[in-house]
Write a protein that binds this ligand. Structure first.
Ligand code: HCA
Ligand code: CU
Length: 383
């Protein structure tokens, strides 16, 4: 069991949460992010790395282009541990394309909110219900494992949502995805939304949260507390508009805050993020949790003084655990301890007076962050 803090762990205790799985959708939702397009070689490499990292399912859409169809087929042939889920529209013709890939898992989606039915699909509720049952029966008849996504579920009439869920459950759907497609719910709202479904439906539930207001991560866990057992992520959280929760944040929250046992190779998280940065040219902002370049930088003099004694004073997880690096930043906030440390790195030892003067000089220079150096205090102590 990973220890973080006795008291915090008491606050965080959460008995009713199950073992949560991760479906990564970098290759499907991620490619819906503006400007993102992977080559097939990149898609295959991303799938391998996600599998090695330890996600449970990897989602890709074979219907977007001929290239995507080839990528889906090739990735399925690799025999990875993770299930490869072919994401398609709720159309028999799309399911036929998925079947050509020799997939075991498919996911189909159909908008069921009034706005999607009326203005996007121009369909009545009865037609949508019939279509949902039809596609599930069709997929099951072909021996597929199937997830059905009630798209825009958080804005759908709850009675209709339950009606669709019950009908597809009766048709033997294997999983149901409850998406907050436009990121409109807050965590308590998400809890009630999922709880209502959970109390009437037995089928395992996925949760797919969009981040339009910044609640995607919190909502995903609120949904799990209400009974969902698989969270959708992408590397760095890329996706339509503002995306969905990032794999790194979900994996770390699961392991450290919710204390769920898993075999994730957490030390790959920064590598995964850098890989996506290289392929998409989208640099994660520096303060992005876990993978950001500032996630383990310490700057204020009081922080430096504490971190030099024990980094846990300001870090809950060792940077090496997630593949990141700790750095200390010397500038106008460095203070005496920071200045003394800077001097020691430069070979000037035990000079309190100079350290004081350097601290004042750094402050007077008003140049912000002058210099950054890596700090591997554990390594230094062991030398
Ligand atoms: C989309 C829809 C979707 C589907 C989610 C899911 C959403 O972008 O086409 O299949 O679980 O946000 O509703 O991504
Ligand atoms: Cu989505």
């Amino acid at each position: 069991m990973i220890k973080t803090n006795f008291y915090a762990e008491k606050y965080n205790r959460c008995n009713d949460i199950k073992n949560i799985k991760i479906l990564d959708s970098t290759l499907r939702e991620g490619e819906q992010h503006p400007g993102v397009y992977f080559t097939n070689k990149q898609r295959i490499q991303i799938a391998w790395m996600l599998d090695y990292f330890g996600v449970d399912q990897i989602e890709i859409s074979p219907v977007v282009s001929v290239d995507h169809l080839t990528a889906t087929k090739t990735i399925i042939k690799q025999g990875l541990k993770a299930d490869i889920v072919a994401h398609v529209r709720a159309l028999k013709s799309d399911i036929d394309i998925a079947l050509k890939c020799d997939c075991i898992w498919i996911a189909t989606y159909l908008g069921i909110s009034d706005i999607h039915l009326k203005d996007k699909l121009r369909m009545t509720k009865e037609e949508a219900l019939e279509r949902s049952i039809d596609v599930v029966e069709y997929a099951k008849k072909h021996g597929l494992k199937m997830r059905f996504t009630v798209e825009d579920g958080s804005r759908a009439n709850p009675e209709f949502l339950i009606k669709v869920c019950k009908a597809i459950e009766n048709a033997n759907v294997d999983r149901i995805s409850l998406p907050d497609t436009v990121g409109i719910l807050h965590p308590a709202g998400m809890y009630r939304f999922v709880k209502n479904v959970r109390s009437q439906i037995k089928t395992p539930l996925d949760i797919h949260c969009h981040n339009d207001v910044g609640f995607a991560l919190a909502n995903s866990f609120a949904a799990c507390e209400a009974g969902a057992d698989q969270i959708h992520t992408t590397i760095d959280g890329i996706g339509e508009r503002t995306g969905i929760p990032s794999l790194a944040e979900v994996a770390i929250a699961l392991s450290y805050l919710y204390k769920k046992k898993n075999d994730f190779r957490l030390d790959m998280l920064v590598d995964l993020s850098r890989l996506i940065e290289q392929y998409t040219k989208i640099k994660p902002y520096d303060s992005k949790p876990i993978v950001g370049s500032s996630a383990y930088k310490h700057k204020a003099g009081t922080h430096l003084a504490a971190v030099l004694k024990n980094p846990a004073a300001y870090e809950i997880i060792h940077p090496r655990t997630v593949g990141n690096k700790r750095k200390i930043v010397f500038g106008e906030l460095a203070g005496k301890t920071g200045a003394a440390y800077l001097l020691s790195i430069l070979g000037v030892k035990n000079n309190k007076k100079i350290a004081k003067e350097v601290a004042i000089a750094l402050k007077n220079l008003r140049m912000g962050d002058l210099i950054e150096v890596p700090l591997d205090i554990e390594q230094q102590k062991s030398n």
